[in-house]
Ligand binder design. Structure first.
Ligand code: TSJ
Length: 669
């Protein structure tokens, strides 16, 4: 080993006693400032992590992992391990260069101490700090995580040494960063315990949430291996996420179980330097786009990201994609003589029908706009994405004429269907199925205050009748459905418009549909799906959820959709009725009532077997009923879940219908 490698961290950083004293004095000084900063975070955590509910708790993990992802994007790290430990502390470990241990001139602290105690210290150490992409919506920094933790242990392996520091009570160091031994590995390991006095709602991590996020990070940053372990159970659970092909594989994954038009995913990437406002500094913007058309009729398969954060409201990167799609598809269709010169142009919406696309840009200085600040605003991105997609798509179409023809045919079909739908919509309007007259089948409630109003969508006319008689007329409206509703995933738009049940739901709910859906106009704040507890009922429920997902997504996002839970069993005993909602409850009930073996009980085959009074008592009375609230967290995940269930492949759908509980789990309830 070379002589200088043996220097300890202290010896290397500080050369003599005097400087050591000076460093100590400056340490004490900065220490006070630093602790004041962290105290401010603890006083107003909402200013830094938006929420201290479950989402904020998980944010801490994303925050720490982002640092390892940045290290990987800079080209110095390949493996990231995330572990949920017993007691819900989290460990994140990477094999990067290790957070710098040298003294940072400005703070007089080591790099490690700076990163974990100085607010907004970020990851840049002087020149060549590497490309840092985290920063958008999260990016509050490791110091904020430290401030919100009861303890945090940091280990850095670097320059032949192992360095440690521990913080307690919201970021108070228990000592200085210390070289505790030699090591030939390199990397950073951080373990933290979220503070339950801050995260008062819950400090329990949700495995599925972390899993989905890690999968998404692995897709968005191809080539990084993320190993997730849950150590809380009796036996540890481990899953590995590693996608060599990045977003290309992401698109394939989303399209699992769909019928694809182009067999191979189209992949385009590029980078462009832009000069910043100071007129001197240039930064590089990266863009990657992966596309594959399917035979689906929906037009919302575009998932966009900036700096690994989902831009749910789209923005300039998506506008760039739209521009290129429109331009290239129309040019190609004409030059390949699929379309005549003077045929009307295919629209962007036509081009996007059935398209699954992931757009991912990395930008050093992203500007977010929109209601939820999830719309990318940087105008230079529009042209960059448009020229990268333009070039990539044109090349693909030239080199793969069969795929090219199939894609254009699909888009022309979309065009024709849209034309037919336009005509059908117009007819509906003329037939005065205007959105103002409520459907005749609706038994509306008398209150007009949406916040207390509930709409029960009920399977079958007979159950609908019981529900109408049993309900609380003031707040509960009933809309009976006749038979199965249309599968909007599979139906052409003109058929959707011609469907009475769908028209009734749109009119009754009153918020409009799709991009014109306005949640502030809905007439009920609880939309309750009430179907039989059998295979048909399960199917109708999925069809309804698919409809909401496609036409009224904000209803799901806002948590306005519920599933009613009617009982499965009734026992009549000494003149009273007792209900059980599952098999376990039935057994408990039999024991409680001390029933003999073979005592008769009723198994409800459908809602229709209950009279009005029973339906009210068991399923609709707000004081006793149990309902499941449905929300969709991760659009891409839900999209896949829905297609698995509703798409063209019959097998998964059949599986679903028999394993309905699984579905409910997929929806993130
Ligand atoms: F944020 C954090 F501190 F909590 C944290 C940082 C947590 C974890 C798990 C890993 C990391 C991290 C930081 N991994 N790798 C790095 N790399 C750097 O901080 C680093 C190393 C060397 C240089 C250099 O210019 O030599 C620059 C940087 C940013």
């Amino acid at each position: 080993m070379a002589e200088e490698d043996k220097f300890t961290y202290e010896e290397k950083s500080v050369e003599n006693e005097k400087e050591l004293e000076k460093a100590d004095a400056s340490y004490t000084g900065s220490n006070i400032q630093v602790l004041e900063g962290l105290e401010a975070v603890r006083k107003r955590p909402g200013m830094y992590i938006a929420t201290t509910a479950a989402a904020g708790l998980h944010h801490l993990v994303w925050e720490i992992v982002d640092n390892s992802i940045d290290e990987a994007l800079a080209g110095f790290c390949k493996n990231i391990e995330v572990t949920i430990n017993k007691g819900n502390s989290i460990t994140v470990k990477d094999d990067g260069r290790g957070v710098p241990v040298d003294i940072v001139a400005k703070s007089g602290l080591s790099g490690v101490e700076t990163v974990f105690t100085v607010l907004h210290a970020g990851g840049k150490f002087g020149e060549g700090g590497g490309y840092k992409v985290s920063g958008g919506l999260h990016g509050v920094g490791a110091s904020v995580v430290n401030a919100l933790s009861t303890w945090m242990d940091v280990t850095v392996y670097k320059d032949g040494g192992e360095y440690r520091i521990r913080f307690e009570n919201g970021g108070h160091p228990t000592g200085r960063l210390t070289r505790v031994g030699n090591s030939d590995r390199h990397g950073t390991t951080v373990t933290f315990q979220p503070d339950e006095t801050i995260f008062t709602e819950t400090t329990v991590y949700d495995y599925e949430t972390i899993k989905n996020h890690m999968r998404q990070m692995a897709f968005l940053n191809g080539g990084i291996k993320i190993v997730l372990t849950d150590d809380r159970g009796e036996t540890p659970v481990t899953e590995t996420f590693y996608y060599e092909g990045g977003i290309k594989e992401y698109v394939s994954y989303i399209n699992t179980n769909k019928i694809t038009i182009n067999q191979n995913v189209i992949f385009c990437r590029g980078a462009q330097d832009v000069t910043l406002a100071d007129g001197v500094t240039t930064e590089r913007i990266y863009a990657e786009i992966a596309l594959q058309w399917t035979d689906s009729y929906s037009g919302d398969g575009v998932y966009s990201f900036c700096n690994n954060i989902s831009t749910k409201e789209g923005g300039t990167h998506v506008e760039g994609l739209n521009l290129a799609l429109n331009r290239i598809i129309n040019d190609y269709a004409r030059s390949a003589k699929i379309m005549k010169e003077d045929d009307p142009n295919l629209s962007t919406d036509d081009c996007r029908e059935g398209l699954t696309c992931v757009v991912s840009v990395k930008h050093p200085n992203p500007q977010y706009e929109g209601q939820t600040k999830t719309k990318l605003g940087n105008s230079e991105v529009r042209k960059i994405v448009s020229s990268i997609v333009g070039e990539g798509l044109r090349t693909f179409l030239m080199e793969n004429p069969n795929d090219g023809k199939a894609i254009v045919e699909k888009i022309r079909l979309a065009y024709k269907a849209r034309d037919a739908a336009r005509a059908a919509r117009e007819k509906i309007r003329k037939n005065s199925l205007e959105l103002t007259t409520l459907p005749g089948k609706l038994a509306d409630c008398s209150s007009k205050d949406p916040s207390v109003c509930e709409l029960y969508i009920v399977e079958g006319n007979s159950a609908g009748g019981s529900a109408k008689n049993g309900r609380d007329r003031e707040t509960q409206a009933i809309l009976p459905l006749r038979g199965k509703i249309l599968n909007v995933e599979k139906a052409r738009e003109e058929r959707i418009w011609a469907n009475a049940e769908i028209g009734n739901m749109i009119t009754a709910i009153g918020g409009g549909i799709r991009e014109n859906f306005d949640v502030s106009k809905i007439r009920y704040h609880k939309i309750v799906i009430m179907t039989d507890a059998d295979v048909d009922g399960d199917h109708i429920r999925v069809l309804l959820l698919t409809f909401f997902y496609r036409f009224m997504r904000p209803l799901l996002d806002g948590g306005y959709v519920y599933i009613a839970q009617p009982p499965l069993y009734k026992i009549d005993y000494k003149g009273s009725a007792y209900y059980a909602y599952n098999d376990a409850q039935l057994e408990v009930l039999k024991k409680q009532l001390n029933l003999k073996e073979g005592y008769p009980f009723q198994r409800y085959k459908g809602l229709g077997e209950m009279d009005a009074q029973q339906l009210w008592e068991t399923t609709m009375d707000p004081t006793v009923r149990k309902m499941i609230r449905i929300t969709v967290d991760d659009a891409a995940q839900a999209e896949k879940a829905f297609t698995d269930l509703m798409g063209d492949d019959v097998a998964p759908r059949r599986e679903f219908i028999t394993e309905n509980a699984q579905f409910v789990k997929n929806l993130d309830i």
